[in-house]
Design a protein around this ligand. Sequence first.
Ligand SMILES: Cc1ncc(COP(=O)(O)O)c(C=O)c1O
Length: 557
Amino acid sequence: MDANTSTQKPTDSWIRKGVGACELIEEEKMHACGGSMMGAVQQSVWMTGSGLHPKISTGVDIPWGIRLNSLKPCKASHVEGSLVTGGLPSSVSVPAPGIDGDVSSIKDYSLSEADPEVHAIIGKEKQRQFSCLELIASENFTSRAVMEVVGSCLTNKYSEGLPGKRYYGGNEFIDEIEILCQKRALAAFHLDENKWGVNVQPLSGSPANFEVYTALLKPHDRIMGLDLPHGGHLSHGFMTPKRRVSGTSIFFESMPYRLDESTGLVDYEMLEKTANLFRPKLIIAGASAYPRDFDYPRMRKIADAVGAFLMMDMAHISGLIAASVIADPFEYSDVVTTTTHKSLRGPRAGLIFFKKDPVLGVDLETAINNAVFPGLQGGPHNNTIGGVAVCLKHAQSPEFKIYQTQVVSNCKALAARLIDLGYKLVSGGSDNHLVLVDLRPLGIDGARLEKILDMSSITLNKNSVPGDKSALVPGGIRIGTPALTTRGFKEDDFLAVADLIHEGVQIALEAKGSARGTKLKDFMDYVESPDFSLKGRIADLKRRVEALATQFPMPGV
Ligand SMILES: Cc1ncc(COP(=O)(O)O)c(C=O)c1O
C-alpha cells in the first residue's frame, strides 16, 4: 500500500521505543516504501501492549490520515514487488491494462499502477474501516502477517486432494503448509490428534456446514438447529410458510428449536420434547446472535436419547474457545465447525473438526474428507490455508488469551452501560462477545437505528429479537466487541461507545417522529432527503465517533 492511502498508525513497538512524531513519520515512510520494514512490524507486538496505544502516548495532534497523506508516495511498483517477492518486480508478468509497451518486457505492476480504480476503492474502504466504530459481531481485523500470506504466491497452485494424495504435481510445499495448518488447528483447540482430525479446506462457514450434512446425512434426513429469528444461522436450516430459504432446508428436513422468550435462553426442554417427536439425525449447537454459552452436556444427552449426531458450529466464538474463556464444546460434540475470520482473527475460511473413532457407525474422517473434495469443492484456496495457519499460531499465544479475555470483559462493560442507560438486553446480559439489544420498548426498530448509526460512522447490524414479527424491520440490534478490542479498545472506551450509540437512538427516535409516513421506506427517504432536519446532529455525532475511532491503530496492510 503506498503512502498516499495508508492510514496505518504506529504500533506499540514504535511507541515503546519512545520515538517522537518526526521519527514516526520517517519510520512510516520506510514502512510504506520497503517490504522488509513491513515484515519487521509484528501484529502480536502491539496487541499485547499494556494500553500504550497512540491515543495516550504520542501527543501527535494531527489526525493520522492527514499526516500520512502528506508523505511523498514511494514508487509503488517497488513497494509491492518487494513486499511479496522480497525482490524487484518480476519481468514476467500479465500486461497492465491501458499501459502500452512490448509485452515481453512488461513489469509486474503494482495495483496502484495497474488498476488505480480498484486501488482507490480499497483506499476508501480502508479509511472507512479506520474511522468507523466497527461493532458487527462477526467481523474482526486480521493481522498484517495473515494478509501477507493471503496475498502470496500460494494462490497460484492447484492441489485437489489431501496432503500426499493430490491430483497435480508440484505440491510438496503446499502439503507442508496444509499439514502445518492441520497440526496448528488441533493444537489451538487443545485436541489430541489420535482422537480428533480436521479438514482445513472449507472455503467458508456455510460450505463447511453443508459439507458436514453431506457427509453424515442422506437427502431429506432431519436436522434441528436454533431458529434464525432466535439467533441461529441460515446454514442451520430456515424456511418460511412460502419458501425453503436455506439450501439446508431444500436438501434436508429442518425443524428449529427456539429460545424461551421469557428468559432469552435456549429452551432445552422444548428441544428435548420436539427432538423426541421429530427424531432428527443431527442436532446443531451454535448461533450467530446468542449472547450466552450453550449447555453442551444437556445437548449431548438429548442427541444420545434420539440417536442423533451432535455438531457444534462455533463460528462466532471459536476465538473465545481457543483461549478457554468460555466452555469447550469438543468434549461433547461429534463434529465441530467454524469460520476463521470472526473472533479467531484469521482470513475468510472454514474448518471442520471430526472425531476419529466412528460415530453411529459412520467413519467421520472419510465421510467428511470426501464431502469436502470431491463432494462439494474443487481446488483448495492454499493462500487462505496459509493465512489460517498463521492465525492458528497466534491463537496459541499468551497475547491471544489476553485479547479474548478483553473481548469478554469489554462486552460485559458495554452491556452494563446499556442497562444503566435503560436498555433491555436479550437474556439480560452477555457471557461472550456480543449483546443483543431489544429496542421495542423504546418505540424504535433495528432497521431505522442501523441507518442512523451508519450515517454516524457506527457500524453494527439490525437483528431479530425473540417475539419479532418482521425480519425486514426487526426489533433489535446486535453489538459485538471483537473488532474494536483488536484495535485496543478497553472497558472505558466501550462505555463511550455505549453513550454514542445512545445518542444515535435519540436521533433515530426524533427522525422517526418527523418522517412523513410510518413505513420504513418513508423513514429512509426522509433521512436521505435535503429536508432532513437532524443532519447537523448526525454530523456532530459522526465527528466525535471518528475522533474516537481514529485514536486507535488498525492492523493489516
Ligand atoms: C454461526 C455461523 N455459522 C456459519 C456462518 C457462515 O459463515 P460464512 O459467512 O463464512 O459462510 C456464520 C456467519 O456469520 C455464522 O454466524
